[in-house]
Design a protein around this ligand. Structure first.
Ligand code: R5P
Length: 295
């Protein structure tokens, strides 16, 4: 097995290779002045299982294009199997046609990976696993979805949140958050979030949970504008909650998100290294490496 980190995930790719006791094969990469990407595999991959590690944020379109070029090149060079580890896959939230005429972006991206020669795609905490399972049926490529939530829970338990209450900011992830609440040990609930499909605006229905003085961990898949987390934190603080940790797998903070979270009262903000960010605290290297040992 050859681990080849792409330009977007050099550090994580190296960490995954180290977990597996392998030397990573770093790709030669540069950008032309007009923004095009140059990629070269410096050593032969003929007959090898090649694991490409490439996240797709920030700058999703460029990083996806790099990944497609990497995959297609590995195929042309005779790799026997191509496994694309995509720690964060952009466009996965557009997993169905919510309004007539919308692009099914998630499905399109998976189709592109497949046609570039990817045999297995490994994702982490994809936005909607049910939608993914449905889309997967349309593809021959095997698609695996791992969860980093138990690694995040371990970190929180070791860092003063043992026994904290677990909250999902919307119904979509409530099943998974309920599972992790058993590890956290402090109970569980969820708020309701509704999105206006025309404006994209969301509203949150906050439940009164009797959490006076209780520490709470909010688990979500993504922090982007910080709006979802900020509203949930505010709702909890208004009810007298103690410390509140805002925890996500993929941190994609846009300008202003950090202030929004801090102003809402976040006591701790934690994310994985699926995307490089100011919040990355927990590595997914072991999670991915352990999975790669099984396939
Ligand atoms: C969407 O429902 C996701 O699960 C996240 O809650 C959302 O992407 C977070 O985005 P933002 O930080 O912009 O509210």
């Amino acid at each position: 097995m050859i681990i080849s980190p792409g330009p977007a995930s050099v550090v994580l790719g190296e960490a995954i290779a180290k977990e597996l006791g392998l030397e990573p094969q770093l790709l030669s990469h540069r950008l032309f002045p007009d923004g095009e990407t140059y990629i070269r595999f410096p050593e032969s991959v003929k007959g090898e299982v090649v694991v490409l590690v490439q996240t797709t944020a920030p700058n999703p379109d460029r990083k996806l294009m790099q990944l497609l070029i990497m995959a297609r090149t590995a195929k042309d060079l005779g790799a026997s199997r191509i496994i694309a580890v995509i720690p964060y896959l952009a466009y996965a939230r557009q997993d169905k046609r919510f309004l007539d005429g919308e692009a099914m972006s998630f499905d399109i991206i998976l189709g592109l990976l497949e046609s570039a020669g990817v045999n297995d795609t490994v994702l982490i905490d994809v936005h909607n696993e049910t939608a993914l399972n449905k889309i997967s049926e349309e593809h021959e490529m095997r698609i695996h979805n791992l969860t980093a939530i138990f690694y995040l829970a371990d970190y929180l338990k070791e860092n003063t949140y043992k026994g904290a209450y677990s909250l999902s900011p919307d119904l979509g992830r409530s099943e998974l958050v309920e599972k992790v609440s058993k590890v956290m040990g402090g109970g569980f609930s969820f708020f309701m979030k509704v999105r206006d499909r025309y404006t994209g605006k969301t509203t949150m229905k906050v439940k009164n949970l009797d959490l006076e003085g209780r520490d709470v961990v909010i688990f979500d898949d993504i922090i982007s504008s910080g709006g979802t987390m900020a509203r949930a934190i505010q709702g909890l603080k208004d009810q007298g909650a103690g410390k509140v940790a805002a925890v996500c797998t993929h941190a994609l903070p846009v300008p202003g998100a950090n202030e929004k979270l801090k102003n809402a009262g976040a006591d701790l903000i934690v994310a994985t290294d699926s995307v490089e960010s100011i919040y990355e605290t927990v590595s997914v290297a072991k999670l991915v490496a352990n999975f790669l040992k099984t396939i």
